[in-house]
Write a protein that binds this ligand. Structure first.
Ligand code: TXA
Ligand code: MG
Length: 320
C-alpha cells in the first residue's frame, strides 16, 4: 500500500507506483469516480492479468486513462470535432469518450473492438501517477467482476488482495459512481453508460434516448454492483417503512435512506441528496454485506440528472 495525500500528490511521490506499471505490473489507484485497477494499455501480458484479477469476461473492454488531451490523441485514430469539444469541456473529468482506436493498444484492452474508450481522470493522485508513468493506463474499476465498485483502498484490498501488485490509497472517492461513457464518433454524443456527467450536462434531453443509446457498451450487459446480500429498492421516502416491515417479518435488515430507520433496522448510510447517495452507495452495499444482513433496503431517488446513474446501478444491484 502506498498512501498519498491528494493535496500534496506530485509525480515523484508516485514514482514507486509508476515503476510497477512500467514493468507490466498492476496498480490500483483512486480517481474522482471509483478506484481503478491499472495496467499498461499497450502490454498484452499486463492487461491479461487485469482480466484475471477481476474475473472479467474478455469481451468487456477497458477504459484507457491518460493524463492529457495530447496523450489521448495518441491512443485514438482521430479526434472528431464533437470529441474535441467534449474533451475541452469535461477533461479532466468523469466523461469517457469512445473513439476509433489508434494501433498499438493491446487487443485485450479494447476487447478486440476497433474503438477505444478514453478519459482524463480528475484526481490529483491519478494525474500524478499518469505523469510519472508516462503511459496510457487501462483501468477498469478495481472490484471483482459483478461486485460493487470500490470507493476506498480498503474495498480494493477486500476484493483483489494479492492479485494487485500495489494499491495507492488516496482516500475516499469524491463522486462515487463511474464515468459516463459516450460514443463521440458522430455528430451528437450517444450515451453507452449513464454516469457522473448527466445527460442534461451533455445537452441531451433528460429522458429521451437516441438510437443506439445504452446498446453498445459491452459492460452494461452484465449483472453488476451486487453485494452478497439481497438488495431491495424502495421508492423515494419509503425506505425506513419498508425496512421496518421486512424486519418485522424476522429478517436482519440494513437501510440506506434519507432518514435513519428505527432499530432493529441497521442504518448503514444516511444520504441527504442524490450526490450524497452516489458517494455512499457502493460503500454502504459493502457494509451491508460485512454486517451480515439478509437484505439491504436502499431508498431510490428521482430518475433525473445524477439520479439516472445512481438508479441504473441500484436496479442492477437489486436484479436477481
Ligand atoms: O469511472 C470510471 O469509468 C471507472 C474509473 C476507474 O475510471 N472505470 C470503470 O471501468 O468504470 P469499467 O471497466 O468498470 O467500465 C468500463 C465501461 C464498461 O461498461 C465497458 O464495456 C465500456 O466502459 N467500454 C470500454 N471500452 C469500450 C468501447 N470501446 N466501446 C464501448 N464501451 C466500452
Ligand atoms: Mg466496473
Amino acid at each position: 500500500m502506498l498512501t498519498v495525500d491528494p493535496r500534496t500528490a506530485e509525480p515523484h511521490t508516485l514514482a514507486p507506483a509508476a515503476a510497477v506499471l512500467r514493468r507490466g505490473g498492476l496498480v490500483a489507484f483512486p480517481t474522482e469516480t471509483v478506484y481503478g485497477l491499472g495496467a499498461d494499455a499497450r502490454s498484452a501480458a499486463a492487461v491479461t492479468r487485469v482480466f484475471a484479477a477481476k474475473g472479467r469476461p474478455a469481451d468487456n473492454p477497458l477504459i484507457v486513462h491518460v493524463g492529457s488531451l495530447a496523450a489521448a490523441e495518441r491512443v485514438v485514430a482521430s479526434m472528431p470535432p464533437l470529441a474535441a469539444a467534449l474533451a475541452a469541456r469535461w477533461w479532466p473529468g468523469p466523461l469517457t469518450l469512445v473513439l476509433d482506436a489508434a494501433p498499438g493498444l493491446a487487443a485485450a484492452t479494447t476487447g478486440r473492438l476497433a474503438t477505444v474508450a478514453v478519459r482524463v481522470p480528475d484526481h490529483p493522485v491519478a494525474l500524478a501517477l499518469l505523469a510519472a508513468a508516462d503511459l496510457a493506463v487501462a483501468a477498469p474499476s478495481a472490484n471483482r467482476s459483478g461486485r460493487p465498485s470500490p470507493t476506498t483502498a480498503a474495498h480494493v484490498c477486500t476484493d483483489l488482495g494479492d492479485a494487485v501488485d500495489l494499491v495507492v490509497d488516496g482516500g475516499p472517492c469524491r463522486v462515487g459512481v463511474e464515468s459516463t461513457v459516450v460514443d463521440a464518433r458522430g455528430s451528437a454524443p450517444v450515451v453507452l453508460r449513464e454516469g457522473a456527467v448527466t445527460r442534461e450536462q451533455l445537452g441531451l434531453g433528460a429522458t429521451d434516448t437516441g438510437p443506439g443509446d445504452l446498446d453498445a457498451s459491452p459492460g452494461t450487459r452484465y449483472r453488476h454492483y451486487a453485494p452478497a446480500c439481497r438488495v431491495e429498492l424502495a421508492p423515494p421516502g419509503e425506505g425506513p417503512a419498508r425496512a421496518a416491515t421486512l424486519a418485522a417479518g424476522g429478517e436482519t435488515v440494513g437501510l440506506v435512506a434519507r432518514r435513519p430507520g428505527q432499530p432493529p433496522v441497521r442504518t448503514l448510510a444516511v444520504a441527504r441528496d442524490t450526490a450524497d447517495l452516489a458517494r455512499a452507495l457502493y460503500g454502504a452495499l459493502r457494509a451491508a454485506e460485512a454486517a451480515g444482513v439478509d437484505v439491504v433496503v436502499v431508498e431510490g431517488v428521482a430518475d433525473t440528472g445524477l439520479g439516472r446513474a445512481v438508479m441504473d446501478r441500484l436496479r442492477r444491484a437489486a436484479a436477481r
